[in-house]
Ligand binder design. Structure first.
Ligand code: ADP
Length: 445
């Protein structure tokens, strides 16, 4: 380690470089020479003093050259001899290394600036006070920024929207923010990339969201349009069933079953389109969990007709922060989500199995959900369960009256309530579907 710290050519023990040792030897020889002259001319003191004076003047002269070079370093170092030559040589090397490092840094910086300039996404760098430090041309265009006046301005002075100010204040940047700004729909991501440095990347998604809206409208309109002919067919099937002879009874029953299935699919498609298109829910409305759970439980009991053991378990012993248990949002949507989970548990749990509708609350989150001892789900299906029409076994789902849209609806409802769906399952043992409502979010609402 000591060898690594000592500079090349240094004497590890004394810390003296060979150049300095040589310089001392030269000085001592010079003084010895002056001493000899002093002896010859019988004036030792004055010769030694003049010898030292010459050395000091020479040192000052070199110091002056060094000072001048340091003030304006260049490729050409001053001519010098002895230790001074070595010093200039070392300084020149240092200067060369620094220049190289600076050139490299400049090229990295210019490459970074070129690539961020070329980025189609608006990019803004903010300091710890959310003041603009840098932005690219896309940001200039999207937010109408001007380099001269807007650098140093707080970003919320320029994007003057209450939801943006709230988003900055909450500092929960994992989820992007969607905004309407000058008739443009914008999605904003904020990343904290070093101590007190924020990177905003934003994108105009107006046309994307218009296309999305058209797709949703199409599904919703098509579903509504299908309802009328289906009602007519259903009427005729019912009419024919009354007069049917034995051989036509079964096909007519099958037709009636399929009509019910189609009706269910249409209703759920309309529900999904509604969930996607209605912008927000009112987060200030309290939903009493007790009432919600009891209503869902009562509905499940009547639907199940005693085929399973269904229990309701409300566990709040770990909750110390609030007296009454509330969620915030839409009672109807939350009830629909929980009903879907409970209906699935009834569908996919063999007769006699146990089903639990539960609430577990602690100071971090309120969790509500359903646990069953049914057929369970293989782990590879779990990430895809909330996709529309994703079914593990299509035949089985059809047989029990599934549409493949139930969990997609649950996911949408939870997203709208800032909650997360957690699924845990083991084939043959059962499944747990838990909806987590973080308390920090609930209280902020
Ligand atoms: P479906 O209407 O087909 O039930 P869902 O979206 O509600 O559609 O569920 C998707 C699939 O997830 C189902 O087809 C089923 O295979 C599986 N699933 C949902 N809930 C359960 C459960 N409690 N136990 C086992 N499988 C389940």
């Amino acid at each position: 380690m000591a060898a690594a710290i000592a500079s090349p050519g240094s004497n590890g023990e004394t810390g003296m470089t060979p150049q300095l040792q040589r310089e001392i030897a030269v000085l001592l020889s010079w003084l010895f020479f002056m001493l000899m002259l002093g002896v010859i001319f019988d004036s030792i003191a004055s010769f030694l003093l003049s010898g030292l004076l010459v050395y000091v003047v020479w040192t000052l002269y070199n110091l002056n050259k060094l000072n001048k070079w340091l003030a304006k370093p260049s490729k050409h170092t001053p001519e010098a001899i002895g230790v001074w030559d070595e010093i200039f040589y070392q300084l020149y090397n240092l200067y060369k290394r620094q220049r190289k490092a600076r050139r490299k840094l400049t090229s990295i910086l210019s490459r970074f600036q070129k690539s961020t300039k070329a980025l189609p996404y608006a990019t803004i760098v903010l300091n710890e006070f959310y003041e603009i430090a840098w932005f690219n041309p896309a940001a200039k265009q999207l937010f109408n920024l001007h380099s001269r006046i807007d650098i140093g301005q707080r970003i919320d002075n320029l994007i003057r929207l209450p939801e943006f100010a709230q988003y900055l204040l909450k500092k929960q940047y994992k989820k992007p923010l969607k905004l309407m700004l000058q008739k443009k729909k914008i999605i904003i991501n904020i990343t904290k990339y070093s101590e007190g440095q924020y990177l905003i990347s934003a994108r105009d998604i107006t046309s994307l969201s218009q296309m999305d809206e058209m797709r949703r409208d199409f599904i919703s309109n098509a579903s509504h349009e299908l309802r009328t002919p289906l009602t007519v067919i259903s009427g005729y099937v019912e009419f024919l069933s009354h007069k049917a002879k034995d051989e036509t009874k079964i096909p007519l029953e099958k037709m009636a079953e399929q009509i019910i299935r189609m009706n269910n699919i249409i209703s759920e498609l309309i529900e999904l389109a509604r969930l996607e298109s209605s912008v927000t829910i009112d987060h200030s409305v309290k939903v009493e969990i007790d009432t919600l759970m009891n209503d869902v439980y009562a509905e499940a009991i009547s639907l199940d007709k005693n085929r399973h053991h269904i229990e309701l378990d409300i566990d709040t012993k770990n909750l110390t922060r609030i007296d009454s248990l509330y969620l915030y949002g839409s009672y109807d949507e939350l009830r629909m989500a929980l009903s879907n989970l409970l209906t699935n548990a009834i569908r996919y749990t063999p007769q006699g199995g146990d089903i639990k509708l539960f609430v577990a609350a602690n100071d971090a989150a309120i969790s509500v959900g359903v646990q069953d001892t049914g057929e369970g789900i293989n782990y590879e299906h779990i990430p895809r369960l909330t996709e529309r029409f994703y079914r593990i076994d299509e035949g089985r789902s059809r047989e029990v009256g599934g549409t493949g849209l139930g969990l997609a609806i649950v996911k949408h409802v939870l997203d709208r309530h800032s909650a997360n769906l957690h699924i845990q399952s083991e084939p043959g043992k059962g499944s747990l579907f838990r909806c987590d409502f973080p308390l920090s979010r609930l209280e902020n609402q």
